[in-house]
Design a protein around this ligand. Structure first.
Ligand code: PMV
Length: 346
């Protein structure tokens, strides 16, 4: 029997970062992210169940990409207890991202969350035949499936914002899946802007998989997890009101710099920022000081800079980017994104 599911799922940008894990993609500290809007993956999954010769075909924009196979196969192995039909299925995955490869936007977050949504959709199609009432969409489960594909992907399944990892005092927070955080954020954050300045399109020298590993035994390991928890609690408070933007800014920037400081100070130090990254950070600080516009930056595991600011300042910030910052961007590339409403069935 053939089943088809198509989903659009966005990337996300962490404000408090997940960096260090244990077990099967379980985080060593909680993290909180904004869900993006324009940076997303569209995916179609075609599954023929009960196949005697199961096959996996991975397409990107219609062209075969066998390089992705090992990662997808190990993901399918991890989840075959939950989705037993996977072991006897012929599967075609076809996806397309809206953002360029190497733009420093977490494509694993959007693609693995899209895949988790498609798998859950197909699982419900299969089970509806035997048990029509028992299968409604369950975002905890989808988030958990996405986590097993790529940790940060578990936060992409919720609109606006998501919290991943157990936090004492936060009911239902969990290490196994993210929880929705939209109802805890002030309106100003619901269309917050994220303009991504692409400093370099080069492939990362060190993958986040290795970066997570290098946290084990890091000289700052324990203090990092303590500080991440404190930053998370401070961030949660600051998100409740538009009056605490100064606190929001200091947590975001401290987290971004700390992530990269951890990379630079481990047993095997590495550096993902570029001179352009530092030049932009300095310009952000000067611009904020001079204009009072509450723009701040965050960084992912790469050199590209995410500028975060309220939508009401979009015109002024984009003018400033075009006159002052574009010279630091590879081929003048920047991507205008904002907080978004989460995945969509296509
Ligand atoms: O999901 P991973 O394993 O690619 O790790 C993501 C790590 C950061 O992007 C640097 C931080 C985060 O919380 O998204």
């Amino acid at each position: 029997m053939t089943h088809i599911a198509s989903w659009r799922s966005p990337s996300n940008i962490a404000l408090v970062k997940y960096w260090g894990k244990h077990g099967l993609q379980l985080p060593n500290n909680p993290s909180l992210s904004f869900t993006l809007s324009e940076c997303y993956t569209d995916m179609t999954l075609r599954v023929i169940t009960g196949s005697s010769t199961p096959q996996l075909t991975i397409l990107y924009d219609g062209n075969e990409r066998p390089a992705f196979e090992p990662k997808i196969k190990s993901f399918f192995n991890r989840i075959s207890d939950t989705l037993p039909w996977l072991t006897e299925a012929s599967i075609v995955i076809d996806s397309l991202n809206t953002f360029p490869h190497g733009a420093g936007i977490a494509s694993s977050a959007s693609s693995m969350s899209a895949l988790a949504l498609c798998l859950d959709d197909i699982d419900r199609q299969i089970n509806a035949i035997t048990n029509p009432l028992n299968h409604t969409q369950n975002l905890d489960r989808i988030s958990e499936l996405a986590r097993l594909g790529s940790g940060s992907a578990c936060r992409s399944v919720f609109p606006v914002a998501a919290l991943w990892g157990e936090v004492s005092g936060v009911k239902s927070s969990h290490d196994r899946y993210a929880i929705p955080w939209a109802e805890h954020v002030a309106n100003i954050f619901k269309d917050y802007q994220d303009t991504i300045l692409v400093v370099s399109k080069a492939e990362k020298a060190v993958s986040s998989t290795i970066g997570h590993e290098l946290m084990s035994g890091h000289v700052n390991e324990e203090s990092r997890y303590v500080q991440a928890r404190q930053n998370l609690l401070t961030l949660i408070e600051s998100l409740k009101s538009e009056k605490a933007l100064d606190v929001f800014i200091s947590v975001c920037e401290s987290e971004a710099l700390q992530l990269h400081a951890l990379m630079m100070s481990g047993k095997r130090p590495f550096l993902l920022i570029e001179p352009g990254t530092i030049a932009i950070i300095k310009e952000v600080w000067t611009f904020r000081q001079d204009t009072g516009i509450p723009v701040c930056f965050t960084l992912d595991a790469g050199p590209n800079v995410h500028l975060l600011y309220p939508a009401s300042f979009k015109g002024s910030v984009l003018d400033w980017i075009k006159t002052n910052l574009i010279r630091h961007c590879a081929d003048g590339l920047f991507i205008t994104d904002e907080v978004g409403s989460g995945p969509q069935k296509l």
